[in-house]
Design a protein around this ligand. Sequence first.
Ligand code: PLP
Length: 472
Amino acid sequence: MKFISTRGKAPIVGFCDCVLSGLASDGGLYLPQFWPQISETEIASFANKQFTQIAFAIISRFCEGEINNEILANIINKSYENFTHPSVTPIVEIAPSHFVLELFHGPTLAFKDVAMQFLARLMNHILSEQNKRATIIGATSGDTGSAAIEAFKEQDNIDIFILHPKDRTSEIQRRQMTTVLNKNVFNIAIKGNFDDCQKIVKDLFTDENFRTDFSLSGVNSINWGRILAQITYYFKAGADLGAPFREIDFCVPTGNFGDIFAGYAAKKMGLPIRHLIIATNENDILARAINNGRYEIAKVIPTSSPSMDIQISSNFERLLFLSLEKDAEQLCSLMNSLKQSGKFTLPQNALRRIRKDFLAKSATQEEVNKTIARIYDNSNYLIDPHTAVAINIAEKLKDDKCQIISLATAHPAKFPDAVKNASGKTPKLPAFLADILYKEEKMQILPNDANLVKNFIAQNSRAKNQQNQLRG
Ligand SMILES: *Cc1c(COP(=O)(O)O)cnc(C)c1O
């Protein structure tokens, strides 16, 4: 499979280059040249298959000719063997025809594990084939960092440096990162806030010499490898509920639009999805864009679902490009207007196409709290605030014609205070994390200064001068 950039000026690349580089050289996002088709017969056969077999059937369509089947199967099996549920991503019925797809059975209790576990092993394999090392750098306000660290800690061709704002994450969030003692894992606590951390990471990536010297790579949600790994559970859940013979709606708690774009890919590949429902919290840029046609940046409002507190939804660019029928020039002009004035108007044709597949709605903080309480009272089922956004909106939009699946993106124990506030019940950490408060921690505390971070990485990354290093 070959991949093209949404901005139209980067060379077409193969699967491995697409995954290793993340962002295209023209600043665009990669998309496959066409959508591979999964036939009805094959979808029907998924009903009797394991998650890993379905994942192989989907993922192999995109890397044929570049990754050997046996190796791919091995990467997939390893990625999901430490999920604590035998179905990996099970579904649970919470009301008639309303299901929850639990994506939080991975090592850090968040749906990001599903993609990150796979991406880390995939990148490590590609690097080791090419005799190369890479340095992963990222900033986190809590959740992405721990999912990345858990995924990369045993990948020997990669060193990972994660910056977090000192004393501004929860203790559990910090400890999920700092108690990983592997020698390729470096936690940096910056004396500053999350924006300071992000700014430092951006500074390092824009330093061309530093970026190439240390083969910097990112793990944010625009990497195609992450989206790809997320297509799998849409097919799994669909098959669990009778696809291809019955249509399904999916309701997805949305921030950067990576998760729901994977659902769109599944639909394009043949899964009979009726509507993809974009569920947002009070940071509702996407709900406004779909409903009134104007994509317009507003101030970020802090909510109890912080992973969806975003200003710009980066993966939306992928959908926009496709709904403009791959007109890269028009896409670039919309992105320029976004950069210059913080907004653009969706062209009528594009909006019409998007509305055929997508609905969008937002939930207020009060609605989210009430949903957590009600689902607990009625079904004795505790949900986290991100999941509650989806369930609240699914309840508003569901109809009798179609089953609906709400995606559960985090375990309630990741957000104990918000869940307890809303429901009166404190969620329990799973046993394998119960000793996290007593484990040894490893982290480096640094001032808010990009140069000092650069020095620290230079001293510790093994990617420098790698040609010599690996030869010698
Ligand atoms: C990242 C995240 C989301 C948002 O997913 P996107 O792919 O960015 O839309 C939702 N819920 C949780 C718990 C997350 O960590």
